[in-house]
Design a protein around this ligand. Structure first.
Ligand SMILES: [Mg+2]
Length: 385
């Protein structure tokens, strides 16, 4: 079998672009992949174009060797743009090999270890009574793992971010939330790397121990030493890694105990090939995967196969629930896609990923330039989204 074409489609779906990738073969088998670098899709398409030049005519069954060649045979290895492109290609190759062998992709990763993939839901409710109502609604619908995001009293200005105005209010309402729902539900918050070390420590100190089960990305992750300092200042488990673009980025966080959940993103880390290596490494340190999954059905399907095949798994992020519908799982564009059942995905038994795309719709789809919000402090200085 030989690769005959690689096509990339950047398509606006819901409120964001999805960069969908198709690999075709001379055996008539095709595979679908997705890249995760939201907001910089055209850069990833450029990388795909470079890789396509030497992948045409190659054997798609040699996934691991092709991964090594894409990563290492260019001198300037790594980086988020290149690994997002490698990820999409690697996922599509797994789809092809699964279809060629007539097995689900998890069978290529060691076989299935669980009957279903548990998920967590997100509520974007502002800090206030709505947060408690949303969480109680989710619990009443069977969800047991619920994540929220940081509150801000000036939510009328979407470009203002003042961390010190957020942490007191957010800690107060998370404390009320825990009192309202009791000790059983798993509660987490994604601070979306908007705090400093000092601000994160103050935030955690404002809540009783046991309020939070995980704190996702309180600070930026370029400096593991900063997380090492923070790790000594709070006992709240951390969930870090959605921006990591290789096993090497995970290395200090796993080996030094800086994260307690691995927020791996298969569409950014380098695909299923790289994700399985991170998973094994995390397993050796008793760290469970809590995969990042904010994209479309291809990312979801690939992550379901990863989740099925690893022993160390917590919950999969899913962006559709009774409190959230972002329109990422379009049924016309993706007529075959994983179907959520309550708070879980069944493990599929069809060959490949279990996703199909209406290619004509993808080709006719619209790409829109999109920027993540450019947040500023009250004094006008730039800060993180
Ligand atoms: Mg996050």
């Amino acid at each position: 079998m030989k690769i005959t074409d690689i096509k990339a489609y950047p398509v606006w779906v819901g409120s964001r672009n999805q960069l969908i990738l198709k690999i075709e073969t001379d055996a008539g088998i095709h595979g679908w992949g997705e890249s995760g670098l939201s907001g910089r899709e055209l850069a990833v398409m450029g990388a795909v174009r470079h890789y396509r030049e030497f992948l045409l005519g190659r054997d798609p069954m040699r996934i691991g060797a092709l991964w090594q060649e894409m990563y290492r045979s260019q001198y300037f290895e790594g980086g988020r743009v290149l690994t997002a492109a490698i990820a999409a290609i690697d996922i599509a190759l797994h789809d092809i090999v699964g279809k060629a062998l007539g097995v689900p992709v998890y069978q290529l990763l060691g076989g299935r270890q669980r009957d279903f993939v548990p998920c967590f839901a997100t509520t974007g409710a502002a800090m206030g009574p709505q947060l408690i109502e949303d969480t109680q609604l989710l619990i009443s619908k069977g969800w047991s793992v619920i994540r929220t995001g940081p509150g801000h009293p000036r939510s009328d200005d979407p470009h203002l971010w003042e961390p010190r105005q957020s942490i007191g209010q957010t800690a107060t309402w998370l404390t009320k939330l825990r009192e309202a729902v009791g000790p059983d539900p798993v509660l987490g918050i994604d601070y979306h790397h908007r705090l400093s070390v000092a601000e994160t420590a103050s935030f955690c100190q404002r809540m009783p121990s046991g309020t939070l089960d995980f704190l996702e990305e309180p600070i930026r992750d370029e400096t593991p030493e900063a997380y090492a300092a923070l790790r000594q200042m709070t006992d709240v488990p951390f969930a870090i890694g959605e921006e990591f673009s290789s096993k090497w980025a995970f290395l200090p966080y796993i080996e030094r105990g800086l994260t307690q959940f691995a927020r791996i993103d298969v569409c950014n880390v380098g695909g299923l090939t790289e994700a399985m290596k991170v998973a094994g490494w995390a397993e050796a340190h008793y760290i469970d995967l809590m995969p990042h999954n904010p994209l479309g059905p291809i990312c979801t399907a690939a992550t379901i196969h990863l989740a099925a095949a690893v022993a160390n798994f917590a919950w999969l992020e899913v962006r559709v629930s009774p409190t959230e519908e972002l329109g990422f799982y379009d049924m016309d564009l993706f007529p075959v896609q994983p179907q959520l059942q309550g708070d879980r995905f069944p493990v599929p038994d069809t060959p490949g990923l279990g996703v199909e795309v209406d290619e004509a719709l993808a080709a006719a789809g619209e790409f829109r330039f999109w920027e993540a919000p450019h947040l500023r402090r009250a004094d006008g200085s730039v800060t993180n989204w």
